[in-house]
Design a protein around this ligand. Structure first.
Ligand code: TYD
Length: 201
């Protein structure tokens, strides 16, 4: 089973992913935790692209290239294993749709349709939803001194995520709460989907 965690910067995905993995293991499930950008040369190329402010279309291609190799690492995961990925397809749909506004027609639709063809759909995808200022305050500490551009960018990303949620692609979890609670909510949903665990003989 593939579970994706999505959200804007500072939504707490990474902390929740760790707690969620621990909770599921406690319940007896086999869990593999993974993330994008990946810790491979393609993931490093992505990070370098971000740092150097490479052309947004080139950056979109790097994210997709990184994902293409990432999918190969878990697509043959044993049955019953829960693969949790910190970011997946909807990150590209939500972020690159803002970055490429005006260069691609209806970019959100473009990236979600493209990826429906290329990459397997997650069994469950969660949006850890927080207001932009809450997310930024978590990253930067109490005072948010981000440039207006960055705030506007992330507000666009959040709007895109919420649109994807309205289309039924993401389950919204209120992430303006302690990460333990968010992880517990996600664990409940996953447990429900997995059904009762067969007793080991
Ligand atoms: P992030 O998961 O926030 O990594 P870290 O917190 O370790 O730096 O990802 C880095 C940035 O890349 C983040 O701002 C989201 C962005 N991103 C995209 O724009 N598109 C994508 O497809 C992915 C996976 C990430």
């Amino acid at each position: 089973m593939l579970v994706a965690l999505e959200g804007i910067d500072g939504s707490g995905k990474t902390t929740v992913a760790r707690k969620l993995a621990a909770e599921l293991r406690r319940r007896g499930h086999r869990v593999r935790l993974t993330r994008e950008p990946t810790p491979t040369w393609l993931g490093r190329a992505v990070r370098r692209g971000i740092r150097s402010g490479v052309d947004p279309l080139a950056l979109a291609c790097l994210f997709l290239a990184d994902r293409a190799t990432h999918v190969g690492t878990w697509s043959r995961a044993p049955r019953g294993e829960v693969v949790i990925t910190d970011r997946y397809r909807d990150s590209t749909s939500a972020y690159q749709a803002v970055a490429l506004r005006g260069r691609v027609e209806d970019p959100l639709r473009f990236f979600s349709t493209l990826q429906d063809r290329w990459f397997p759909a997650p069994d469950l995808a969660f949006l850890l939803d927080v207001p932009v200022r809450v997310g930024l305050a978590r990253i930067r500490g109490r005072t948010v001194r981000e440039p207006f551009e960055k705030i506007r960018f992330l507000a666009g990303v959040r709007r895109n995520y919420l649109r994807l949620a309205r289309e039924g692609r993401l389950i919204v979890l209120d992430a303006d709460r302690p990460p333990e609670q968010v992880a517990k909510d996600a664990a409940e949903r996953i447990q429900k989907r997995l059904g009762p665990r067969p007793r080991s003989k």
